[in-house]
Design a binder for this molecule. Structure first.
Ligand SMILES: CC(C)(COP(=O)(O)OP(=O)(O)OC[C@H]1O[C@@H](n2cnc3c(N)ncnc32)[C@H](O)[C@@H]1OP(=O)(O)O)[C@@H](O)C(=O)NCCC(=O)NCCS
Length: 143
């Protein structure tokens, strides 16, 4: 049965998803700290198997950042990503009741912008803002 869980702390499940969507997973130690420092997350399970995830990080006052929305390939295009993002946006609404000026950001992977546009996200360019930028990593020539 498909069901939602909040605030994942199972490192293996997180890394399983990272592998399933073709991202290079982090070490267990890093994931442990990263999940602990996450403000809110939603996981989707099919019985005991994790099939999707998404989380919110940020200070909850000025900035929220949506990160790591992932649905394993066998379950994509079945509205699991929609369920995850809607649940995260419900949490955003809760926060906005207290902090109406909080800004919600995300960095879309290449080709995934259309998915987020369905939920009201616009590019910084369309919002009249400057580019999103990322600190260049010496170990990775691509970023
Ligand atoms: C992007 C992702 C989370 C979408 O999840 P999903 O469960 O497959 O998406 P849904 O079934 O909820 O799709 C919702 C809608 O978005 C659309 N959509 C999905 N992926 C899209 C894309 N890449 N571009 C444009 N539209 C997209 C669907 O067609 C659907 O449209 P509809 O409502 O008109 O039918 C999923 O494909 C995924 O995990 N990809 C690999 C990891 C990844 O790149 N994550 C994004 C990080 S920024």
């Amino acid at each position: 049965m498909i069901h939602l869980e909040e605030n994942l702390n199972r490192i293996k499940d997180f890394n399983e998803l990272y592998d399933a969507v073709g991202w290079e997973h982090y070490s267990e130690e890093i994931v442990k700290k990263s999940l602990k420092n996450t403000f809110y997350s939603v996981s989707v399970y099919d019985d005991a198997k994790i099939i999707g995830y998404g989380r919110i990080i940020g200070d909850t006052i000025c900035f929220l950042y949506i990160q790591d929305i992932m649905v394993i390939p066998d379950y994509q295009n079945q509205k699991i990503g929609t369920t995850i993002l809607k649940k995260l946006l419900e949490k955003v609404k809760e926060i906005q009741k207290e902090n109406p000026d909080v800004r919600v950001y995300l960095g879309a992977s290449k080709g995934k912008e259309g998915f987020y546009k369905k939920f009201g996200f616009i590019t910084r360019e369309d919002a009249g803002l400057g580019s999103g930028m990322i600190l260049k990593e010496e170990k990775n020539e691509n970023i």
